[in-house]
Design a protein around this ligand. Sequence first.
Ligand SMILES: Nc1ncnc2c1ncn2[C@@H]1O[C@H](COP(=O)(O)OP(=O)(O)OP(=O)(O)O)[C@@H](O)[C@H]1O
Ligand SMILES: [Mg+2]
Length: 401
Amino acid sequence: MLPIYNQKSRIKLVVAALALLIAAATLVYTNVLVRRVSEREQQQIRLYARAQAFIINTEVNSNTNFVFEEIINANTTIPIILTDGDNVLGAKNMGLPPHLPAADSVRRMKAELTLMKQEHAPIVVTLGAGYKNYIYYRDSQLLRQLRTYPLVQLGVVAALALLAYFAFSYSRRAEQNRVWVGLAKETAHQLGTPLSSLVGWQEYLRASDRFREEPIVEELGKDIRRLEIITERFSNIGSNPVLNDENLLLTTRNAIAYLESRVSKKVKFSIETDLPTDTPARLNVPLFDWVIENICKNAVDAMQGRGSITLHLRRVRVRRSWLTRRATGPQLAIDITDTGSGIAKNKLESVFLPGFTTKKRGWGLGLALARRIIQNYHGGKLFIKWSELGRGTTFRLVLNQ
Ligand SMILES: Nc1ncnc2c1ncn2[C@@H]1O[C@H](COP(=O)(O)OP(=O)(O)OP(=O)(O)O)[C@@H](O)[C@H]1O
Ligand SMILES: [Mg+2]
């Protein structure tokens, strides 16, 4: 396997770990801040309570004025409600609109009081003659904001990061598409010239008395046919391939017949199906052949040239798009099962990555290309349905009807 995939997932891990670390540090730090501010506010409230008690229990003089100005009026942030246990005696910093009707203001105050009771135990102010007042309070607006702010901030940053990631992966995919398409087009184009000259040579040999009967002419014809197929494939991948209603069974049979003649006789091919023989599927034949060839060649490699490859054609449950809940139309599947080496569980997705190969002389492009052809050009799916080490593998290819 190319080291790039290892490296990429390691980089992703490091980035994710860093992001988590930053998030955790932010939360811990603001938590510390919140605790400090909260302690301070409670201190302030206790001082406030003592001042209240002092004022009520002391005759008015310059000292009480000072206490009143500097302590009681100094609290302009912490919401407070003073009660004698049953009745509300006064309130401060409630943030109520100035011209609120009395009934509304009472209702709001009651609701606020319930909240305050949940948040902090009241501070008891002991007055003369056994009377007691209670000061209920809540955290100031500042403290509440300080609590939620880091969460909001982290949320916004995470949303931005997600957006950037999608934008980046979209543009990367678009770039990959351009590379695939461009390279394929160029290849088809370049093959064109020697191919037409070969066709010319074949005509020449056929016309000459000396070579007409030689087997070389027929062999040359086979190679030309092979090159034409390759050119056709590349030019289809390099353009917008046309899908037609093709007979699925017949097309599959043809593809297998072509392959059968070119691989070891110890590999047994078979096609099974319960479908009517004339079942159509939306196909581009040259590209479909290429997919079957790639999958079957891998199977032959995995069986080391001895075993069986079974193709099972079936109808599959119609799937609904999770977004629109609309049925995607009737679908057909081809299950291609080999009796080869199998694929390890943790490699079931990696085998589709371009460059992933376990072969000495492999490019790791076969399955990447096959998946591209099926998913991008046929709107279908290609995945591994079953695999067991030492027993074999089933690839499922889903097509639209
Ligand atoms: N039927 C199978 N059984 C077991 N392993 C498989 C099978 N098909 C694919 N693989 C594994 O997946 C890897 C990737 O396959 P892929 O066809 O993409 O590339 P490749 O065959 O290695 O090279 P090439 O580009 O020549 O096709 C293979 O190297 C092999 O390890
Ligand atoms: Mg291959």
